[in-house]
Design a protein around this ligand. Structure first.
Ligand code: SF4
Length: 505
């Protein structure tokens, strides 16, 4: 028997590594996985370096680890079964849809057997989720309250701590002009990480993104240090400014823990417990900060994992609004006068990261208004973000951001410059006028917003949550303004799509 550890299951605190402490371990670093798409160089470095550090940590624990660096995953299995014919493997269930079956086929074809056990890197098991769901409506708020009750996190008996389940209304403040958020810690590459960078230098040489400087945590110790830093320095202001956007501040008070969480270097329950302990022990963490953080990790992260599970494979092809336009080159090169888009893409190019409101209300919103094929955008989020995996990018992008599925989104997250100007300060330094809809200097979001509503009127007008915006569209139509607005939208699309596409995937 051998424990197979996949690249996003790097935990020594759960799963068959704990249940079978004396079994040997197999890890496979398949180069083709890392190079078959235009992955961000930081993502290649992060995953491979974290895997190699995890291997070393297991060996330091005295475990017998076979680590194969091969071109393909099948090549790694070949090497394993050449050495141990007929071996039985056990693995935690992979997160991607269909991956367990593909893995079993690969193992069986080589004369081995594969046992797939529960993936313990999440808080809520499939059985628990399915018991709660029972085929009913997928509603995050209901699931979140269920998780709070089940776990006892932020509970006072049967009641939520503070009296409210959700302090979302207190998560929408904008910081004062002189606000300076704490720096986020960076983790300089050590010898192992530098070796990974050398190994992937060829693949990264032509990248659309910046290979260096790399600063993500790649070890358990680094991930814990990142958690400690967030809880100590940024958690207090995380809640009030969770939905804010500030020019020149790509991280604000966000946790930046999704990358180590999605690799298994941190467990969701321990990061939740760390935040709650700080709330209970200190006087400087407001309820809207700890609750907002718990909602993201214990609620939303678990919810999308299971929404993906129950929504696949249909979600992979969903396209409710029939959006078919190519992803514009600006998503790769950031070459635009739109300050909000330029800054968000610059952050992605620099470190494979943008904070959640940039992702939803700038990058995803612009693609929605522009009419990008949701699956092209999903591929981009998958390859460009250090924390992007199919299980997390698909529900967040296809279902929520692009309103392409019918799982849980109740309306499109479509917004004009009015929202962006209210929640951030990008517009003040932008070449475009956030208050204008037509004309050469009008904010592109504005004409695209009204054009999006007109283009998708048959699908959206009957949505009761869209009644108010369609009454505004009627006003524009009645005033005779809509034709000019739609002409401006066409000009915007032509300009945005005209950049050099040779730098794309
Ligand atoms: Fe973005 Fe428009 Fe504001 Fe410029 S004016 S920052 S393009 S929302």
């Amino acid at each position: 028997m051998t424990v197979l550890v996949l690249g996003d299951q790097l935990t020594r605190r759960a799963g068959p590594l704990v249940a079978r402490p004396d079994e040997r371990v197999l890890m496979i670093e398949a180069r083709a996985f890392a190079t078959r798409h235009a992955y961000h160089p930081h993502k290649r470095t992060l995953v491979a370096s974290a895997m190699r550090h995890f291997r070393d940590a297991l060996r330091d624990d005295g475990r017998d680890v076979a680590y194969h660096e091969t071109e393909t995953f099948g090549g790694g299995l070949d090497a394993h079964f050449d050495a141990r014919p007929g071996d039985a493997l056990v693995v935690m269930r992979p997160s991607s849809h269909g991956a367990a079956d593909r893995l079993r086929d690969l193992v069986t074809a080589r004369g081995g057997t594969l046992t797939v056990v529960e993936n313990e890197t999440f808080c809520c098991s499939p059985a628990d989720f399915d018991d709660w769901h029972e085929g009913g409506t997928l509603r995050h708020e209901d699931f979140y309250r269920h998780m709070r009750r089940e776990t006892g996190v932020l509970m006072d008996g049967d009641d939520p701590v503070g009296g409210e389940w959700n302090y979302d209304e207190s998560n929408r403040e904008t910081p004062p002009e002189d606000y300076e958020p704490p720096d986020v810690p960076t983790f300089d590459p050590d010898a192992t990480t530098r070796a990974v960078q050398d190994d992937y230098a060829d693949a990264n040489a032509e990248s659309w993104a910046d290979p260096a400087p790399f600063g993500w945590p790649v070890t358990r110790e680094g991930a814990l240090a990142a958690l400690d830093d967030f809880v100590a320095r940024r958690l207090p202001d995380f809640g009030p400014y969770e939905d804010a956007m500030v020019a020149g501040e790509p991280t604000l008070d966000h946790a930046l823990l999704s990358a180590p969480l999605n690799l298994g270097l941190l467990g969701p329950r321990e990061v939740v417990d760390a935040a709650v302990e700080a709330y209970e022990a200190r006087g400087d963490v407001p309820i809207e900060s700890v609750e907002g953080f718990v909602r993201q990790v214990l609620g939303w992260r678990e919810f999308v994992r299971h929404a993906y599970r129950v929504g696949m494979p249909d979600l992979a092809d969903a396209n409710r609004l029939d959006a078919t336009r190519d992803l514009p080159p600006v998503y790769w090169d950031g070459d635009t006068d739109m300050a909000c888009v330029a800054e968000a893409v610059a952050g992605v190019r620099r470190r494979g990261y943008a904070h959640h409101i940039q992702r939803l209300m700038v990058l995803s919103n612009f693609a929605l208004l522009y009419g990008v094929d949701p699956h092209a955008l999903n591929r981009w989020f998958h390859v460009a973000f250090v924390d992007g995996y199919h299980w997390v990018s698909t529900p967040n992008t296809v279902e929520m951001g692009q309103y392409a599925g019918d799982l849980f989104a109740t309306k499109p997250y479509a917004a004009s410059a009015n929202y962006l100007d209210r929640m951030g300060d990008y517009c003040a330094g932008c070449a475009y006028d956030p208050d204008a809809t037509t004309g050469a200097d009008a904010c592109p979001f504005n004409a695209l917003y009204w054009d999006f509503l007109a283009e998708n009127e048959d699908d959206l007008r009957s949505n009761h949550r869209m009644g108010l915006v369609y009454s505004h569209l009627d006003d524009k139509r009645d005033a005779g303004d809509l034709a000019a607005i739609r002409e401006r939208a066409g000009e915007v699309r032509a300009a945005v799509s005209a950049s050099d596409p040779s730098r794309t995937e």
